[in-house]
Design a protein around this ligand. Structure first.
Ligand SMILES: [Zn+2]
Length: 170
């Protein structure tokens, strides 16, 4: 993947958004929702895992971004921005939603039903990097110092993290 090109794609998307300082992720979601003509709902989940993360669900009439409520404020913002990255790039792929997540999303429904309803994608590495770079660039616009914390929740295979940092400092 050409990271410089990905960065350009990210910058184009971010250029359409008004990034406030201090960063207001909820306001950003609202603006994006207005542009897309589809509401974006932010919903807290308690996954009780050691690595809090997020989930974007594109439902018929709205987008839902779930975030782990155990994440601290900054981490939470990053999780939501990462999911927004998936959303603005319209990432999609093969359906893969595990039973645990399905139960978290809808405790009263059979996970099979939830899967049918939600059609959650399982993302490959490239789209993960795109989403992560989007989140990181928004963070930088909002004045956060990004030094060593880039892509902390992304599996760092084949030096992805190092390459991300190299692109960011270019
Ligand atoms: Zn992701």
């Amino acid at each position: 993947m050409d990271l410089a090109r990905v960065r350009k794609r990210c910058e184009e998307q971010i250029g359409r958004l008004r990034i406030r300082v201090p960063l207001d992720v909820a306001a950003l979601c609202q603006e994006l929702a207005g542009q897309r003509g589809r509401p974006i709902h932010l919903l807290a989940l308690s996954s009780r895992t050691s690595s809090p993360s997020g989930l974007w669900v594109a439902a018929k009439k709205a987008d839902y971004i779930f975030y782990d409520e155990s994440a601290g404020e900054t981490h939470r913002a990053h999780i939501i921005l990462h999911e927004l990255g998936h959303l603005v790039f319209a990432h999609s792929g093969v359906q893969e939603l595990d039973d645990l997540t399905a139960r978290l999303l809808a405790p009263n429904l059979d996970p099979r039903v939830v899967r049918q309803l939600l059609c959650r994608d399982s993302y490959d590495n490239v789209v993960e990097q795109e989403a992560e770079l989007f989140a990181t660039l928004v963070f930088m616009r909002a004045g956060f110092q990004v030094v060593g914390a880039v892509a902390s929740d992304v599996v760092d295979e084949s030096g992805v993290l190092a390459r991300l940092k190299a692109v960011l400092s270019a």
